[in-house]
Write a protein that binds this ligand. Structure first.
Ligand SMILES: Cc1ncc(COP(=O)(O)O)c(C=O)c1O
Length: 303
């Protein structure tokens, strides 16, 4: 079976000609570059957000800005722009690319260009590097994804807090490599206690007897889509639990799905060679996908 990725989109030739926002300047894609002395390139020293545009509006923009500024504060990085200016940069890039809907933005801020190729933050003296890559993006997944559990765990906040959307994602990348070598599409990662936590790029949910379960929220990204799904369950009387659970509970689940800004709710068909439910998208996942699509439509003014 051909491999898929959880961030698979339809090919779109328009993406060859996009303009990329690099420190206030809109640059054609082939010329969009940052310095080899950039803190992001040298060290993965930066934070980012992934956002989606529907009907000309960024879904859950406030939540994304909250998380971006919180992360920047946590790593002691001055973004050099306030919330309104970050939103303006998004709008400027959107307008320059004449984009309206089904668009994905990766907004990245690093500690900027260093004067020497070493780690100390004081070597970054010229302000942050601020880049927005905005692409036409319509998710296209030919089948439910397959997961494999991997040796890489979601660590304690005392090493690299998994709540930081940091540029450095090596732990997650290695998890993904391990999953791929096991013949899966994405990695299912456990926490330090061995409970099921999240995947390398998305949050993870299971459905058991009509109940929706996800991890306690410790050790994983505080996903905006994750929270929206929990809120939707509560609003529609679908029992939802943030709790510890193991692989036994997971293999025996009726349904499993991932959440993330890109793919919304992505069905999982197989985990470690065990078929989940009947291997197809289940009724609760389907219902939550519909409820989430309605919520996005309302948030972006189309509902
Ligand atoms: C590791 C990880 N988990 C989950 C998510 C999903 O978060 P969100 O729903 O806010 O896109 C992301 C997205 O950046 C991520 O990097």
């Amino acid at each position: 079976m051909e491999q898929v990725t959880t961030h698979q989109a339809e090919d779109d030739a328009r993406n060859e000609d996009i303009l990329i926002y690099v420190d206030g300047v809109l640059v054609p894609r082939p010329q969009a570059q940052v310095s080899v002395y950039d803190s992001g390139f040298l060290l993965g020293d930066g934070v980012w957000e992934g956002l989606r545009l529907y009907n000309g509006r960024w879904a859950f923009l406030d939540e994304h800005l909250d998380r971006l500024f919180e992360a920047a504060k946590a790593i002691d990085l001055d973004i050099g722009r306030n919330r309104a200016q970050v939103a303006e940069a998004l709008e400027e890039t959107r307008a320059a690319n004449d984009m309206a809907t089904d668009v994905h933005a990766r907004l990245m801020v690093t500690r900027g260009v260093k004067i020497r190729p070493f780690q100390h933050p004081s070597l970054s003296r010229s302000g942050p590097t601020f880049v927005i890559i905005m692409e036409h993006s319509r998710p296209s997944l030919p089948r439910p994804v397959r997961l494999a559990t991997v040796p890489q765990v979601r660590g304690l906040p005392t090493s690299q807090d998994p709540k930081l959307n940091s540029h450095s994602k090596l732990n997650c990348v290695l998890a993904c490599v391990a999953a791929e070598k096991a013949g899966a599409d994405e990695a299912l990662m456990l926490d330090v206690h061995g409970f099921v936590n999240t995947t390398n790029a998305c949050n993870f949910f299971i459905v058991r007897k009509g109940e929706v379960w996800t991890s306690t929220g410790d050790y994983c990204m505080n996903g905006i889509t994750r929270q929206k799904v929990i809120d939707l369950c509560r609003a529609h009387d679908i029992p939802v639990f943030e709790r510890n659970y193991s692989l036994v509970d997971t293999y025996g689940a009726d349904e499993a799905f991932l959440t993330g800004t890109f793919g919304a709710q992505t069905p999982v068909g197989e985990i470690d060679g065990r078929t989940i439910g009947d291997g197809h998208i289940g009724p609760v996942t389907k219902r939550l996908r519909g409820l989430y699509a309605d919520l996005v439509a309302r948030d972006t003014g189309a509902g």
